[in-house]
Design a protein around this ligand. Structure first.
Ligand SMILES: *[C@@H]1O[C@H](CO)[C@@H](O)[C@H](O)[C@H]1NC(C)=O
Ligand SMILES: *[C@@H]1O[C@H](CO)[C@@H](O)[C@H](O)[C@H]1NC(C)=O
Ligand SMILES: *[C@@H]1O[C@H](CO)[C@@H](O)[C@H](O)[C@H]1NC(C)=O
Ligand SMILES: *[C@@H]1O[C@H](CO)[C@@H](O)[C@H](O)[C@H]1NC(C)=O
Ligand SMILES: *[C@@H]1O[C@H](CO)[C@@H](O)[C@H](O)[C@H]1NC(C)=O
Length: 418
């Protein structure tokens, strides 16, 4: 019966992107297509910058190739591409901030140039820290470990967004679930880089930020330029921080400061996931919880339109992106965060943060799960003002601070008929 069922229900998978092998096909069907050049030639010299650099690391960390022969296996093309300092950095450190000398750097657009110049640098000092965020009342992490830590990417100037979030969906403290009434401890932190006169034409808001932090103690700020292509640094540095200061958080929400989250509903969902995990763990002794949910995007291609802010030139990255979850907001388990941190040490920085997370997951052998409640592309326009339309929503992008306050009030008690 099983085999009959499988036969009946089998339908070929839908594949949207086809792989077409390069080759010359003779017109006559009697002759198969044959390759244009030897297939064993990896032709790295034709490939894009990121792919080449990643390839070097993949080789270096390949358990089969690694060993006493690694030095010999390094290919000529890599040596040509990477400057001497980079070569050194490859073998002993990643922390060193060497600037790679890349051929044709001048042909890249400005933001790409800035990214390439600093892409080996992943360690920036904390300017504002919250060392006791996860142990406010006791000296033990365990007792005060949050059920959910909300890490929100913000920018120095977005005071209004942060305040609206604190007053609505990002309130720190014990938060009640929506239907089950099982709540959890929630802690919110805002992830900031630097935006002042030294990083561009920005007004100096340092004192205001200090005041804000004195009052709320929920700001993490690092010493790097807060630009779009530097957003990936916030993920890396936050994981670093999490490992050091909040390693027992059960779940992590990472999102932007212009989204709206139904925190109660999210906590209900996470409770369910947690209970399932406990059951599963009892059966399998599997201690890792591999939860990663969001609005999943499959088979995305890099944006090749030079006028957009997402533009990734051909010569920088080639290939399809791995499955990733839209960066408006995602949720993952704390234990996965620590493993992502570990694996990220073997993945070259990529300028688009959500894609980078997809790349790291891919290297852990995981892929993000899709959840229809994550609407990073918003509800249909006509539904946005109807409270009932939000019933199954966990996250929606995007809302202004005023809209957050209004929505929060209106969704507080969803009418029973929804
Ligand atoms: C093969 O096909 C192309 C167009 O599809 C045609 O121009 C060409 O003459 C054909 N060659 C042979 C040997 O039939
Ligand atoms: C590498 O070489 C050293 C001695 O040169 C040897 O002791 C070691 O076992 C070798 N490691 C591997 C992985 O072959
Ligand atoms: C700390 O504990 C006190 C009671 O002992 C409680 O009222 C307060 O809310 C706790 N603070 C936090 C941040 O959890
Ligand atoms: C990222 O930040 C670093 C350190 O401030 C800076 O050197 C670099 O130019 C920034 N990158 C981008 C793409 O702005
Ligand atoms: C789980 O661990 C317990 C104790 O270590 C062991 O007795 C049991 O066989 C393990 N179960 C599985 C499925 O590995």
């Amino acid at each position: 019966m099983v085999s009959i069922f499988v036969t009946i229900s089998y339908s070929p998978p839908k594949i949207t992107i086809h792989y077409v092998a390069p080759g010359i096909s003779a017109n006559s069907s009697a002759m198969a297509s044959y390759p244009l050049r030897p297939f064993w030639n990896l032709r790295l010299e034709d490939s894009a910058l990121w792919n080449q650099m990643q390839h070097a690391w993949d080789r270096q960390h390949n358990p089969i190739l690694r060993g006493n022969t690694t030095g010999m296996m390094r290919m000529n093309s890599e040596a040509k591409l990477l400057s001497e300092t980079e070569e050194e950095c490859l073998s002993d450190c990643m922390a060193k901030c060497s600037v790679p000398r890349v051929h044709g750097l001048d042909s890249y657009p400005d933001q790409m140039k800035a990214f390439i110049r600093s892409m080996h640098c992943r360690e920036y000092p904390l300017l504002i820290n919250q060392p006791s965020l996860c142990r406010k009342n006791s000296s033990s992490f365990i007792l005060d470990s949050p059920m959910l830590i909300m890490a929100i990417k913000s920018q120095v100037g977005n005071f209004e967004n942060r305040q609206a979030i604190r007053e609505t969906w990002g309130r720190s403290g014990l938060v009640r679930g929506e239907s089950t009434k099982k709540g959890g401890l929630v802690r919110t932190v805002f992830l900031l880089g630097r935006q002042d006169s030294s990083t561009g034409p920005h007004p100096d808001l340092k004192n205001l930020l200090e005041l804000e932090n004195q009052k709320y103690q929920d700001i993490l700020q690092w010493d790097f330029r807060d630009t779009f292509f530097n957003l990936t640094l916030k993920d890396l540095l936050f994981w670093h921080w999490l490992e050091q200061y909040c390693p027992h958080a059960i779940f992590v929400f990472k999102g932007d400061d212009d989204v709206f989250v139904r925190t109660g509903a999210l906590l209900d969902y996470l409770h369910m996931q947690w209970e399932e995990h406990i059951l599963w763990r009892a059966y399998t002794n599997e201690t890792h919880m591999n939860l990663f949910v969001g609005e999943v995007i499959n088979n995305a291609m890099p944006n090749r339109e030079p006028s957009t802010k997402y533009y990734i030139p051909d010569s920088f990255y080639q290939g399809v992106y791995p499955p990733y979850a839209g960066g408006g907001g995602v949720v993952y388990s704390g234990s996965l965060a620590l493993r992502l941190k570990k694996v990220s040490e073997r993945v070259r920085l990529f300028p688009i943060d959500d894609v980078y997370l997809g790349m790291c997951l891919y290297r852990l052998g995981l892929s993000p799960s899709h959840h229809p409640g994550f609407l990073t592309f918003d509800l249909p326009e006509a539904d946005r003002s109807k409270p009932c339309a939000y019933k199954s929503v966990l996250l929606v992008h995007r809302r202004t601070p005023n809209e957050m306050l209004m929505l929060w009030k209106r969704l507080r008690n969803l009418p029973g008929h929804c």
